[in-house]
Design a protein around this ligand. Structure first.
Ligand SMILES: C[S@@+](CC[C@H](N)C(=O)[O-])C[C@H]1O[C@@H](n2cnc3c(N)ncnc32)[C@H](O)[C@@H]1O
Length: 181
């Protein structure tokens, strides 16, 4: 099966990023300025690494977590209890672009996405500083409505965005939490 690289992927590689996902974070950054120079950032579901690369470019420091093994990354399943052994106590920003390996059954994929995003929120609520920020991907479904409400419990400001750079047909969107309570 030939993998045809799309326009965004080619652009990402030519600009030195590991994935096209970077343009989604760039679009979010442009609107909400979530990351500031000197910020301590946790990047969950970070492989192959474009979001982390962008955080470094912005002058932030980053802890990158993924089940996939990558040099310089923390290799751990975020669903496991071990996760907290690897994390610091206080981050300025938590990013989660974590996504399940889709199995093709829409309702199950949506539920898996919800479980991962819910876990990312739980981690964010434990390790973020007061007034810290959160960016989290989730698949659009009846579960995602519930998720947005749960993010509102933890953050004073909540925005929902479908950034440029998301594939048109994809059902994903991002929830941005501003000012952790
Ligand atoms: C869309 S990719 C992230 C792309 C990344 N933001 C970038 O810019 O390069 C989603 C990632 O979530 C990771 N992931 C899925 N389930 C996970 C889990 N339970 N724990 C940690 N990482 C997980 C996958 O391995 C995958 O690398």
């Amino acid at each position: 099966m030939g993998m045809k690289r799309d326009k965004f992927t080619r652009k990402a590689f030519s600009e030195g990023y590991s994935a096209r996902s970077v343009y989604k974070l760039k679009a979010i950054q442009k609107r909400f300025e979530v990351i500031k120079s000197g910020d301590f950032v946790l990047d969950i579901g970070a492989a192959p690494g474009s979001w982390s690369e962008y955080v470094l470019e912005l002058g932030g420091e980053v802890d990158s977590v993924d089940v996939v093994k990558l040099k310089g990354f923390i290799q751990v399943d975020i669903m496991s209890d071990d996760i907290y052994d690897f994390l610091k106590e206080e981050y300025d920003v938590v990013l989660s672009d974590v996504a399940p390996k889709t199995i093709g059954v829409r309702s199950l994929d949506n539920e898996l996405s919800y479980d991962l995003s819910k876990r990312a929120l739980e981690i964010a609520s434990k390790v973020l500083k007061r007034n810290g920020k959160f960016v989290c991907k989730i698949f659009q479904s009846e579960f995602s409505d519930k998720f947005v409400k749960e993010v509102r419990v933890v953050f004073k400001g909540v925005k929902v965005v479908k950034p440029e750079g998301s594939k048109k047909r994809s059902k994903e969107f991002y929830v941005v939490g501003l000012r952790k309570k």
